[in-house]
Every structure is written in C-alpha cells, then in structure tokens.
Design a protein around this ligand. Structure first.
Ligand SMILES: Cc1cc2nc3c(=O)[nH]c(=O)nc-3n(C[C@H](O)[C@H](O)[C@H](O)COP(=O)(O)O)c2cc1C
Length: 158
C-alpha cells in the first residue's frame, strides 16, 4: 500500500484541493495514545498536490477524557506539521475532561477555554495567515529543489 493508503485517488485529490483553498488551519484533535488519531495522521499524509500546506499556520485544539487535555497530541501534531511544511503556532487550546467541558448549549464551562480559543488561537491564526500577504508577492517563498530520492519529488510533478 502506498502513501495514499486505500483511499480512492479522486477522493484524495478532492481533499488536496480543499486543503489548498485554506490560508490557515485550526485542527481539533483528541489524544490517542499520547498522539493524534491515526485518521488525522493519514489525512495529513494524503496531502501532496503542489504543497497545499506550505508555509500556512496551524493551531491545535486538543481534548481528552482525562486531565491531560490533549497536550501530548498537540505537541506531536506540531512535529507532524513541520514535516508537512506548515507553521505550527505556539498557541493552543487545551480541553481536559471533555465530557463535562461544555454546557447544554455547547458553551465551554471553563471561561479560559473560550478566551484561549477566541483571543489566542483565532487572533494568532488570523495574524499569521495575513503575514505572507503583507510581505507582498515579490517575497513569495522560493521553490526548493527536492532531495534525491524524496517522495516529495514525485508529488511536485503532479
Ligand atoms: C485509542 C484511544 C487512545 C487514547 N489515548 C489517550 C491518551 O493517551 N491520553 C488521554 O488523555 N486520553 C486518551 N484517550 C481518551 C480520549 O482522548 C477521549 O476518550 C476522547 O474523548 C476521545 O475523543 P473521540 O470520542 O472524539 O475520539 C484515548 C482514547 C482512545 C479511544
């Protein structure tokens, strides 16, 4: 099985184009075995059309059933994001004990959750996604020469 897994190629291509449309990413993830769920990793690994992720900021919202609040998933996602050529931001939202973290109307019980989502994650994400535009088109990121044997070389040709 290749790096696309068993997913039909058309579906993967549509996913790639959807990802390419975005200027920034807010990823909500539970913690599975001190990491992100395999389906999230697979979704990221399936992005390859002309580097849709390249230089775009990503912020994580982590949650878990216990007190960890998904922090280990958030940390691991940052490593994964770097290899996928995204820019993981320092800001994150941590939601421990998710089963009781929201009221009946879906609002966070802990005001810190709401504040960190609005102020930290969304404001930072908006700032970073606007930053390349402010640098102007002349400052577009140089296209690198792929390393010999890199799987990215194959992807770059598509
Ligand atoms: C396979 C699996 C692994 C998990 N590993 C962790 C873990 O390492 N740390 C943690 O705090 N919670 C862990 N949990 C608990 C989940 O974070 C928690 O149940 C969460 O609410 C699951 O979200 P979901 O229902 O959207 O998948 C794990 C749950 C599953 C199913």
């Amino acid at each position: 099985m290749g790096w696309c897994g068993a997913a039909p190629l058309l579906l993967v291509r549509a996913w790639n184009h959807k990802i390419k449309e975005a200027d920034a990413y807010l990823v909500i993830t539970p913690e599975y075995n001190h990491s992100v769920p395999g389906v999230l990793k697979n979704a990221i690994d399936s992005v390859w059309v002309a580097f849709p992720f390249r230089n775009k900021p990503i912020v994580a919202v982590g949650y878990s059933g216990g007190i960890a609040g998904g922090v280990r998933a958030i940390e691991h996602l940052a490593q994964i994001a770097i290899q996928a050529e995204m820019v993981p931001l320092r800001t994150a939202v941590v939601i421990p004990q998710v089963a009781t973290a929201f009221d009946g109307d879906g609002r966070p019980v802990n005001p810190v959750t709401d504040t960190s989502l609005r102020v930290a994650a969304l404001d930072d994400l908006a700032w970073w996604s606007a930053a390349p535009m402010e640098r102007g088109p002349a400052a577009s990121y140089p296209r690198r020469v792929p390393r010999p044997g890199s799987h990215r070389r194959q992807r770059d040709r598509r």
